[in-house]
Ligand binder design. Sequence first.
Ligand SMILES: Nc1ncnc2c1ncn2[C@@H]1O[C@H](COP(=O)(O)OP(=O)(O)OP(=O)(O)O)[C@@H](O)[C@H]1O
Ligand SMILES: [Mg+2]
Length: 338
Amino acid sequence: MTTQHVDLASLTSRRPTLTGSEIVNHLVPPRQFRSATVDSYRPDTGYPSQAAAVEAVREFARGWLPSSGGFFSRRKAPQAKPGIYLDGGFGVGKTHLLAAVWHLAPGRKYFGTFIEYTALVGALGYAQTVALLKGASLLCIDEFELDDPGDTRLMSRLLTELTASGTRIAATSNTPPNALGDGRFAAQDFLREIDALAAQFAVIRIDGLDYRRRDVEGHAVSLDGAALEESVAGIEGDVTVDSFDAINRHLALVHPSRYAKLIDGLAAVAILDATEFTNQTDALRFVAFVDRLYDAQVRVLASGLPLDSVFAEDMLSGGYRKKYLRAISRLIALTNAQ
Ligand SMILES: Nc1ncnc2c1ncn2[C@@H]1O[C@H](COP(=O)(O)OP(=O)(O)OP(=O)(O)O)[C@@H](O)[C@H]1O
Ligand SMILES: [Mg+2]
């Protein structure tokens, strides 16, 4: 038997930096959604809101069609809101439909997560960000999760300015816009800000089952030492191997907007000796990391506590429940990937 040489690279030795122009270049749908279209979305007939969402997305995209100038086509236009907001549970295909909208938009358009847009403002400054995004036909914002009043204000200002100059907005979230921040911040001005944001969007609710789990086992895969080594050796492409603790310590040193670059080019990430999180800050960083692994479809090979069990009970019943449940759904998919 020949022993294959395996270069055991470590995630913790990667220290990505990110410039404004790198963030901008990344403002396109993630790899797995590059070919997501309205036609490739298969509505679950058990949940009529899915077919309705597809129709709403098509209708939204008709807004870019040149107006025929007829009386009827003009009559509807003034009421249309500049944005659509796809709200629903995890895995119902919100990001898929968001990418589908992006593909239908003409001209210059952007697709990013909420955190990428805030990182862009951080890197370029507000005025330069507006100057850059202005004139786009569409801004897609995945995972609208406004936990932070400062970010909310920033995004509200940015979107108001962009929509006033004709840019349309499509967003997704696991939370309807008027419930964002629920149970986390009670400050009145924050709630007002959320109302102002919500007023820009037509909310489309999508119900349904987690599509990713329709055909995978219900648990994240945990491998024993030998099986993990074997899996690492069998991966074609770059793999990193680190302990769960080391990864979490490293994630604290890297800004979440750089997590995508942290895992750039990797075929798989091995996470050894997972244990339950004891602190929410670490757990939420890990969630953001899982989001980027999922976007890039990087396989996860893990040992220790199955990764769908690392979030403690009190976390799962708190204000960030949906984030954790989504991460669990994604971890099940990533550890089951072939
Ligand atoms: N109805 C559907 N038809 C075809 N593919 C689907 C459908 N729903 C989801 N998918 C696929 O399932 C995967 C998960 O969907 P997606 O990531 O869009 O869900 P989501 O609602 O954005 O979930 P999350 O809340 O985790 O962000 C994607 O690969 C997507 O293309
Ligand atoms: Mg999504």
